[in-house]
Design a protein around this ligand. Structure first.
Ligand code: BES
Ligand code: ZN
Ligand code: ZN
Length: 496
């Protein structure tokens, strides 16, 4: 698929499908007016007939080959003009891709969507069109005999001014980076656990770093983890035949303003361990490495992204299995920061592995740690399947992150790190236990993690809900791994 832009009259373009936006405000965009006039009012007639007013999600497909060089025009609803955001554009563009697929269209022309309001600039519009279009076409077809690839080959965004052409070119490049990084993470999450073991995650990280001068990697195998006394990750890995690893990727541009550590939960399969999950709950547990997938997704495009910050990507990978050497409820383990953890439920494994990954991250002396973890079912109970929970010891950074999430179209909501609930994770025999009470499970998990970050500014994102879409999250996120948080992280890194 090739994206491009040009200065031209949209109604004169030759293509299989021409996409133009419609607001509910009844003030048509210039492009709509040109096309409508060139088709002698066909568009407005059809819209009237079909009762299409321009609400988000509405659309109308009109055959125009008698009047134009474009075979068909897709009029797509963007809602109220003043409320039109990047997200409306992404969804509209993803929908256009689905229509194009159905029609087996090869060439698509877009009018720049959403630029009529002050809020959305040409570059942003092009970014959102590109991002939504690519992500809207994503399918994980690796294990399908019949792959049904999209036939779309050329997508061009047609504008009237030369100045916009430059901005649109930049926007297209932005959109590609966001989408490709997200799809990298989606592919990892969708990969069955038997094909993506801890060692495979290490291999992916190596591939990403290979041949790039701004990227470095450190890999810690089981022996090395033992010498580092990383008892958290080691203890959870004991029930599996696949050995654990810790991976540390470093992106270091010349004049970095800040140092950010991204830490991802990397449990390649979560059976629950001896506290075995019921089979239904295990069905999607190949996704329990989604945090690390998002970190790898960001790193897969970080050189092209070129943010002015030093970024450290860290994950401790293991598999949580009930093998003969598995950790047992009641065991006490020594985490890397010397704190002792009483393991009362082996299914609360993520926090135990993260304890070491976070300890290691603090040693890099970052200005901020962001961890991403499919940590608790409780967070899904609290916020549903589409919204991630955010907990932090640093309000300013959290606001910036939440702003980035909004821009990226990813739903996140802050939950409190309520110190009163620390009593719920007090252990009778160790420094902390790995489960809280019946209530507030997302918060007690957050409080547990806090014990391993010391004073380092830190944001924890519980992505258990949205990381794996059991049903579509939006027009550009269908069933399966969503690559959640990749776009927020990119947005955040660029905002620094
Ligand atoms: N990986 C799960 C959390 C999870 C649940 C992710 C649903 C995605 C969807 C985690 O390791 C886990 O099992 N947590 C337990 C904690 C409990 C034992 C305190 C949970 O949430 O049930
Ligand atoms: Zn678990
Ligand atoms: Zn887990």
């Amino acid at each position: 698929m090739i994206f491009s832009t040009k200065k031209a009259h949209i109604e004169e373009e030759k293509c299989d499908l021409l996409v133009v936006g419609l607001y509910t405000d009844e003030i048509p965009t210039d492009e709509f007016t040109y096309i409508n006039e060139a088709t002698e009012g066909l568009l407005s007639d059809v819209l009237k007939e079909e009762g299409v007013k321009g609400k988000a999600g509405e659309m109308s497909l009109v055959r125009t080959s008698e009047w134009l060089d474009a075979k068909r025009v897709l009029v797509i609803g963007l809602g109220k003009q003043e409320k039109c955001t990047q997200e409306s554009i992404r969804e509209a563009s993803a929908t256009a891709h689905k229509v194009a697929k159905r029609l087996a269209a090869k060439t698509i022309c877009f009018a720049p969507l959403g630029v009529d309001s002050e809020k959305v600039k040409a570059r942003t519009s092009a970014k959102a069109i590109t991002e939504g279009f690519i992500l809207g076409g994503y399918v994980f077809s690796k294990y399908k005999k019949e792959k049904k690839p999209s036939k779309v080959s050329d997508i061009s965004i047609v504008v009237e001014s030369l100045r916009d052409v430059k901005q649109i070119e930049k926007g297209i490049e932005d959109g590609k980076i966001y989408a490709e990084a997200t799809m990298y993470a989606r592919d990892l999450v969708n990969e069955p656990a038997e094909h993506l073991r801890p060692l495979d995650l290490v291999e992916r990280a190596k591939e990403i770093v290979k041949g790039k001068k701004d990227l470095k990697i450190k890999i810690f195998d089981e022996a090395k983890l033992k010498s580092m006394k990383a008892g958290g990750i080691l203890s959870i890995a004991k029930g599996s035949d696949h050995p654990p690893f810790m991976v540390h990727m470093i992106y270091k541009p010349e004049k970095a303003k800040k140092r950010i550590a991204l830490v991802g939960k990397a449990v390649t399969f979560d059976s629950g361990g001896l506290s075995l999950k019921p089979s239904g709950s295990m069905e999607t547990m190949k996704m329990d490495m989604a945090g690390s997938a998002s970190v790898l997704g960001v790193f897969s495009r970080i050189v092209a992204l070129n943010p002015n910050v030093e970024v450290h990507g860290i994950f401790a990978a293991c598999e949580n299995m009930p093998g003969p050497n598995a950790i047992k409820p009641g065991d006490v383990v020594h985490a890397m920061n010397k704190k002792t953890i009483e393991i009362l439920n082996t299914d609360a494994e993520g926090r135990v592995t993260l304890a070491d990954a976070l300890t290691y991250a603090t040693k890099q002396k970052p200005d901020l740690i962001i961890d991403l973890a499919t940590l608790t079912g409780a967070c899904v109970v609290a916020l549903g399947e589409e919204v991630a929970g955010v907990m932090s010891n640093h309000p300013k950074q959290t606001n910036d992150l939440l702003d980035a999430a909004y821009e990226a179209g990813e739903k996140m909501w802050q939950l409190p790190l309520e110190p009163r609930y620390n009593k719920l994770i007090e252990s009778k025999i160790a420094d902390v236990k790995n489960i809280g009470g019946r209530y507030g499970g997302a918060l007690t998990a957050g409080l547990f993690l806090q014990m391993f970050v010391g004073d380092t500014p830190w944001i924890h994102i519980d992505i258990a809900g949205p990381s794996f879409a059991e049903r579509p999250l939006n027009a550009y996120t269908e069933y399966g791994g969503s690559g959640f948080a990749v776009r927020t992280l990119i947005e955040y890194l660029r905002s620094i």
